[in-house]
Design a protein around this ligand. Sequence first.
Ligand code: CDP
Length: 201
Amino acid sequence: MIFTVAIDGPAAAGKGTISRAVAQQFGLRHLDTGLLYRAVGARVANGDDPVAAAEGLTPEDLARGDLRSLAAGEAASRVAVMPDVRAALVDFQRRFARAEGGAVLDGRDIGTVICPEAEVKLFVTASPEVRAQRRWLEVGGDKDEVLAQVIERDRRDAERATAPMVAAPDALLLDPTEMGISTAVEPAARAIREAFGQGRA
Ligand code: CDP
């Protein structure tokens, strides 16, 4: 079975929580593609060339304990504007998406660039304030600074020339603000069940 669930959206929207929940529910593998960009950003912060870092990512790079920090998110979005960095990461993501067994990928460009043929596409969003609150609960620090960073990172991701963050025209839009993330898993799961039912798997 080849079956891809593409989950895109801005910073700290809840993509990861929804992705992990549906991957577990449907027995699909999960790739958090933001981690790839975070790992490249971390290597560049240590003095590596961005493209060489993207081409030479190792499992150890992805296992670093500091990739979830605000600074790592900022570094990720700075390398993510570079077309050659993005190009170096495409094949790995595409292979993961279309490998036998089915996969959930979350990021910014999964439904538009990495896997436009995905059987299910979701775009998860929420107000900057709600997302900043979620991120602040994860990383702590100064709340206003977290909000400013979320807004700035969204702007950079949406305005870049290559693979900007945008909802695919055929994506289902989810805003977990009202319902809470665990409840937002249900419409996501329904969309997946429907796609399975239509024999798209
Ligand atoms: O967890 P959060 O939503 O804050 O961010 P992330 O998914 O870990 O992504 C970190 C950064 O990587 C984003 O702000 C983007 O600049 C970049 N990214 C991207 O350009 N394309 C992707 N498919 C995933 C992440």
